[in-house]
Design a protein around this ligand. Structure first.
Ligand SMILES: [Fe+2]
Ligand SMILES: [Fe+2]
Length: 375
């Protein structure tokens, strides 16, 4: 089981009223904590019911293993100068204006070169290794990945070209993007969200989406990984450039019981999915990725995007387990208008949950090591 889950989960459990100390029945505490995460969505949908059951089990197990009992840190009020500065000139619904203010850097050259090489026929491992070796951080992340337990090689993999051969070219490309995006906003940490928790949520969603795609026999599961990694990038940008707006969105969710999408429409005139899609278009990333990010809370609006569907479910699974967070700790209702949802079996979801809990801290260590995000 992940060592990332317990501390976070227990903190949320403690927020439910364990003021009297750790003397209440563990099962009861776990059920209460998880019920709180599901307060918006309920668990009438069979996939949500399964997630809720597994989340209770995982949290109870963590508590029994003696996870620490810390109270969650309250959200700090925004400094007045941040509210003033960030609100000046912002217009609800102005996606381009907001994307402009996010001032994201260009995609790194190494990623573009990798993409370019991949578009040609069968690039050799040596050729790809030569590109990767130009970026020592990426090369180190790759070697760390293939030498970790996910791959389980007996002898150490010491060269980048052997690492490319072991990991596969698509996975290397998504790793390159991953190490880049995890470093974003490092020098300009956003208000409202905790950057560490945010990236943990993103990496976990990426992993879950990839596992689901693999189990369901999809081609190119790495596409799902990248979509999962980037799915909330629009929320991060909103928190960075319009923190007062982001805070009002979260307040609406908490005080009025609105879904994230409802609250965003009311306060910002846009959703973070739309904002993320606008940013990805600026990076000229493929439309399949743009569509997935845009529709990850409403996959029925992009019925051709299987990535949107699986990221949608992966996102809510990660919230159910309380892994990381983006400020809104509630599982959102599933989009039951998305017909593809019916093709996802409880069996596949269950297996993916187990893989998530096993693999998330390792994947985060690999990516976080490259970005310097992990404390
Ligand atoms: Fe989201
Ligand atoms: Fe998310």
């Amino acid at each position: 089981m992940s060592d990332i889950l317990p501390g976070v989960a227990v903190s949320q459990a403690m927020g439910l009223g364990m003021q009297g100390g750790c003397d209440r029945d563990v099962q009861e505490i776990a059920e209460e904590a998880v019920a709180r995460r599901f307060r918006l969505s309920g668990a009438a949908h069979p996939l949500l019911a399964l997630l809720r059951r597994r989340a209770v089990e995982a949290l109870a197990q963590s508590l029994r293993a003696g996870a620490s009992c810390e109270l969650p840190a309250p959200r700090m009020p925004l400094p007045p100068e941040v509210i003033h500065e960030a609100n000046s000139g912002l217009v609800p619904g102005d996606l381009d204006g907001l994307a402009e203010r996010a001032r994201l850097p260009a995609l790194p050259q190494v990623f573009l070169e990798l993409q370019h090489a991949m578009e040609r026929e069968e690039p050799s491992y040596e050729e790809l290794a030569a590109i990767i070796s130009k970026d020592p951080r990426l090369a180190a992340s790759l070697l760390r990945l293939v030498n970790g337990p996910l791959f389980g090689f007996r002898a150490p993999v010491e060269t980048v070209s052997r690492a490319v051969a072991a990991a596969g070219t698509r996975r290397v490309t998504s790793l390159a993007l991953g190490t880049f995006v995890l470093g974003l906003f490092r020098e300009r940490p956003p208000h409202v969200v905790n950057l560490h928790d945010f990236w943990l949520h993103s990496v976990a969603t990426a992993l879950m989406a990839r596992v689901l795609a693999t189990r369901m026999g999809r081609d190119d599961p790495e596409r799902y990984f990248v979509a999962g990694l980037l799915h909330d990038i629009g929320w991060l940008a909103i928190c960075a450039v319009w923190p007062a707006g982001a805070e009002r969105v979260l307040d609406r969710c908490r005080d009025l019981g609105q879904t994230l999408t409802e609250a965003e429409r009311a306060e910002l005139g846009m959703t973070h999915g739309e904002m993320g899609a606008a940013l990805l278009r600026r990076w000229n990333l493929p439309s399949v990725l743009v569509d997935a990010v845009q529709a990850h809370h409403a996959p029925s609006e992009a019925p051709a995007s299987d990535e949107a569907l699986l990221v949608h479910l992966a996102d809510e699974a990660v919230k159910a387990f309380g892994i990381g967070g983006t400020g809104d700790d509630c599982v959102q209702p599933l989009d039951t208008d998305a017909t593809g949802l019916r093709s996802i079996s409880a069996h596949d979801l269950d297996a993916a949950c187990a893989a998530l809990l096993e693999g998330v801290d390792e994947m985060y260590a690999v990516l976080g090591a490259g970005s310097g995000v992990r404390p």
